[in-house]
Design a protein around this ligand. Structure first.
Ligand SMILES: NC(=O)c1ccc[n+]([C@@H]2O[C@H](COP(=O)([O-])OP(=O)(O)OC[C@H]3O[C@@H](n4cnc5c(N)ncnc54)[C@H](OP(=O)(O)O)[C@@H]3O)[C@@H](O)[C@H]2O)c1
Length: 217
């Protein structure tokens, strides 16, 4: 996504790795801020302080993409996993938008949340699903509160062949072949953002549905 957005945006990227560890992955001219979102309050403040020290003057698009999950049944999740999932996926999103709302408004900008089709519920990933449902509620609330001032969009990707499943302790087996490639998903998400599309579920089912509709005379 960053590589695609770099074509027409000045980027400020963030991740929990040290800058030198991801230097080769960053588009040229992108700024990088290291921040670990498992501490939502401190990392949001740190991100804002570092961003404003760059003196870029405006913020047109804030994309909140970082996310984690753990594959385990509801009764077996340990509280560290639960808290970490909620902190990274949901609480840090709330804290970050709070820090950046004034400059987004001054720039007539937009915030984009990367949710998940799991926001409707996902067996064996209950906290992840809850965090994404929470993100959905957050986006809907801000959309109504910020109407006419700051754009709000939430995009719900379907399963994609990233490293997320291995990190979550989940092996999708042969099903992985049906997942979106990261490149195809990045194309879809960037297009959704550019079109400011209201309905933004990106799943194989939704893609097939669109193709079928397009073929109807
Ligand atoms: N892959 C899917 O099937 C799928 C489906 C629906 C929605 N999504 C959503 O898409 C988004 C991107 O996920 P992905 O599939 O691209 O997985 P990914 O490759 O694991 O990317 C997640 C990113 O979040 C970062 N992150 C995790 N914990 C963090 C922390 N404490 N502080 C800062 N950054 C942290 C990761 O950093 P590290 O590289 O250091 O781990 C990684 O860069 C997530 O919000 C995910 O929920 C994914």
């Amino acid at each position: 996504m960053a590589k695609r957005m770099a074509v027409d945006h000045q980027l400020v990227l963030t991740g929990r790795r040290q800058a030198h560890e991801c230097a080769g992955d960053l588009p040229p001219a992108a700024h990088y801020i290291k921040a670990d979102l498992s501490d939502p309050v401190l990392s949001a403040r740190h991100l804002a302080a570092k961003f404003f020290s760059l003196e870029l003057g405006r913020l047109d698009l804030l994309i909140i993409n970082a996310g984690i999950g753990f594959h385990t049944s509801a009764g077996r999740e340990d509280v560290v996993m639960v808290r970490q999932t909620l902190d990274v996926n949901l609480v840090s999103s709330i804290m970050i938008v709070r820090q950046f709302a004034p400059i987004l408004e001054a720039s007539r900008g937009k915030v984009v949340f990367i949710g998940s089709v799991a926001h409707r519920g996902a067996a064996n990933m209950p906290t992840y699903a809850a965090s994404k449902a929470g993100l959905s509620g957050l986006a809907r609330s801000l959309k109504s509160e910020w109407k006419g001032r700051i754009g709000v969009q939430i995009i719900h990707p379907g399963p994609t062949r990233t490293t997320m499943h291995a990190k979550a302790g989940y092996d999708p087996g042969i099903m992985r072949k049906l997942f979106f490639s990261p490149e195809a998903m990045a194309d879809e998400i960037v297009q959704c953002i550019r079109d400011d599309r209201a309905r933004t579920q990106i799943s194989i089912r939704a893609r097939l549905g669109r193709l079928i509709l397009r073929r109807r005379p």
